[in-house]
Design a protein around this ligand. Structure first.
Ligand code: NAD
Length: 541
């Protein structure tokens, strides 16, 4: 029962820790890594707050050391999914009607726990099982997740404050109800923060959730579950299941109570899910909300007024951090001929300095790609480029999966702007560059805009404001997150709400009020104080 209009703490971004040699946080994180690496973790599913162990397990192995088993996770059969749905629906009555302050408090507490006692554990699990270096783990698993929790609480109250006007004698109110049913959250491997946010954002708004994490993120998913539990999330609100994605999805999407999909992952999978929801539409009690953030083929475009060192640095960071496995990672670049030689020189120097290996050694900038399927696919494209007259592999191009799935940062120079690696999302450390004649800069913008089906992130580099304005206009629909003189990665919650359009997603902007609104169904309440008793309007006289 609310007895006041409460303000929530003003959200601020969690400061990124430096992990410099000799620092306390570095020592703590590396010690935690060592312990967790040898812990043999057993990851259960979580249904109604109970740990479910089916004995049907799969191994968790670090991508950078694939013969080492760090533990296993348990997988579901159909009965577990039905139980997760029933449990969620049973929890809904209490969760959807509890005061919003109670829900806010749980996620604010989760943020503080993660900023403190859970930070090293969450980062270490992400380093071990998703092969992120110290910095990549810190900005994702710690800072971004904390920011999601804090800012979403603030956005929720901003939404609640948005109320209609009331004419004299009446009172209009809107209440932001949770959806009637359950939300199905499907998360990708590459961001621990996204994995937590997909179920948490819906739950914050009063929804109950069945959450299917990626098989390749189960270790940090377990730390998320522990965090939510310690923060006080009641049983049954977020139920976690692993296993065959098709079986789990078929079961969830055939329930009449399915009311929303919160998906992040690849474009093809999302389109198939949308289709399946359409096919089942007569089954549902409400029209389900469909939110999907999906693939990208993110670009860097430079004009000849750009600084070559700045362009090269944006490519090195934008394309190769986390092995290019960010949805926002730059993977195609368009460089004018007059500055290409300088850009190339800087790029060769920078990439030659990048060390590759286990995240346990913080001096490694590059770690492994997520799994063998991804390694094989990327290696195949690199080999094809080596063999093709339309392309030259000018940097890197070597790979080795004997111990871990390691692929060198690779730069392909394409003679054709539609060469396969200029248009296909590889999700690995591969950048393809097309060099255009300086005077054809306007035509090159058209290439950027029209070469792919995606529109997630993109960056332009120029010191000429006329060009900046023209390029921004020409690429208006080519990216949901558009960067001027900066790399196209590294969006921060509360500063750069994230999402793309076209085949890159529904652009509901994770980490913003727009996203949270999708998990509500507004009820308008109009109350009239002196109720009319005569049906006749004056004009009838
Ligand atoms: P993925 O599509 O392979 O898997 C994502 C999730 O979908 C996983 O949980 C997976 O188990 C599940 N899944 C796979 N096949 C399924 C099916 N047939 N039915 C139901 N669920 C299924 O993606 P990934 O490899 O985990 O992540 C990389 C992809 O995610 C890239 O395409 C990347 O661009 C995209 N991504 C986008 C964003 C964004 O904000 N736009 C953020 C992160 C990742």
């Amino acid at each position: 029962m609310a007895r006041g209009f409460f303000n929530v703490p003003v959200a601020v971004n969690e400061p990124v820790k430096g992990y410099a040699p000799g620092s306390k946080e570095r020592a703590e994180l590396l010690a935690t890594y060592k312990t967790m690496f040898h812990s043999n973790i057993d990851v259960p599913m979580h249904i109604n707050g109970k740990e479910i162990r089916t004995g049907n397990t799969k191994n968790i192995t670090p991508p950078h050391d694939h013969q080492h088993v760090v533990g296993q996770y348990h997988t579901a059969d159909k009965s577990h999914i039905n139980e997760a749905i029933e449990t969620a629906l049973a929890a809904r009555q209490a969760w959807s009607s509890v005061s919003w302050m109670e829900r806010a408090s749980i996620f604010l507490k989760a943020a503080e726990l993660l900023a403190g006692p859970y930070r090293a554990k969450m980062n270490a699990a992400t380093m071990i099982a998703q092969s992120k270096n110290v910095h990549q783990a810190e900005i994702d698993a710690a800072c971004e997740m904390i920011d999601f929790f804090r800012f979403n609480v603030q956005y929720m109250t901003d939404i609640f404050k948005d109320q209609p006007a009331s004419a004299p004698g009446i009172w209009n109110r809107v209440e932001y109800r949770p959806l009637e049913g359950f939300v199905y959250a499907i998360s990708p491997f590459n961001f621990t923060s996204i994995a937590a946010n997909l179920p948490a954002s819906a739950a914050l708004m009063g929804n109950v959730v069945v959450w299917k994490p990626s098989d390749h993120q189960a270790y940090s998913a377990q730390v998320i579950v522990d965090l939510f539990k310690e923060a006080g999330l009641p049983d049954g609100v977020i139920n976690v299941v692993y296993g065959d994605p098709v079986m789990i999805t078929d079961t969830c999407l055939s329930s009449p109570d399915f009311s929303g999909l919160h998906f992040t992952g690849s474009t093809y999978v999302f389109k198939e899910l949308w289709k399946q929801i359409g096919t089942n539409i007569h089954t549902y009690k409400t029209y389900p909300r469909i939110v999907g953030e999906t693939g990208g083929k993110d670009f860097i475009w430079a004009h000849n007024s750009a600084n070559p060192l700045q362009v090269a640095t944006a490519i090195t960071r934008g394309a190769f951090e986390y092995q290019g496995q960010k949805c926002s990672a730059a993977s195609r670049a368009y460089i004018p001929a007059s500055i290409w030689a300088d850009v190339r020189t800087h790029l060769e120097k920078q990439t030659s300095e990048l060390k590759m290996g286990s995240p346990e050694d913080p001096s490694n900038f590059i770690n492994a790609v997520i799994h063998e399927g991804s390694f094989d696919k990327i290696a195949k494209y690199i080999d094809a480029a080596k063999a093709d007259n339309d392309a030259d592999v000018i940097i890197g191009g070597n790979y080795d999966k004997s111990k871990g799935y390691f692929i060198e940062p690779t730069v392909i120079l394409a003679k054709s702007p539609t060469f396969s690696t200029m248009t296909t999302e590889l999700f690995g450390p591969v950048m393809t560059i097309y060099v255009y004649e300086d005077e054809a800069w306007e035509a090159s913008l058209k290439l950027v805009d029209e070469s792919t089906e995606y529109a997630l992130t993109g960056a332009i580099f120029s010191t000429d404001r006329y060009i900046v304005e023209k390029a921004s206009k020409a690429l208006e629909n080519a990216a949901g997150n558009f960067y001027i003189n900066d790399k196209p990665t590294g969006a921060v919650v509360g500063q750069q709400p994230f999402g793309g359009a076209r085949a890159s997603g529904t652009n509901d902007k994770a980490g913003s009020a727009q996203n949270l609104l999708r998990w509500t169904s507004v009820r308008l309440i109009k109350e009239t104080f002196v109720t009319p008793q005569d049906y006749k309007y004056p004009f009838l006289g």
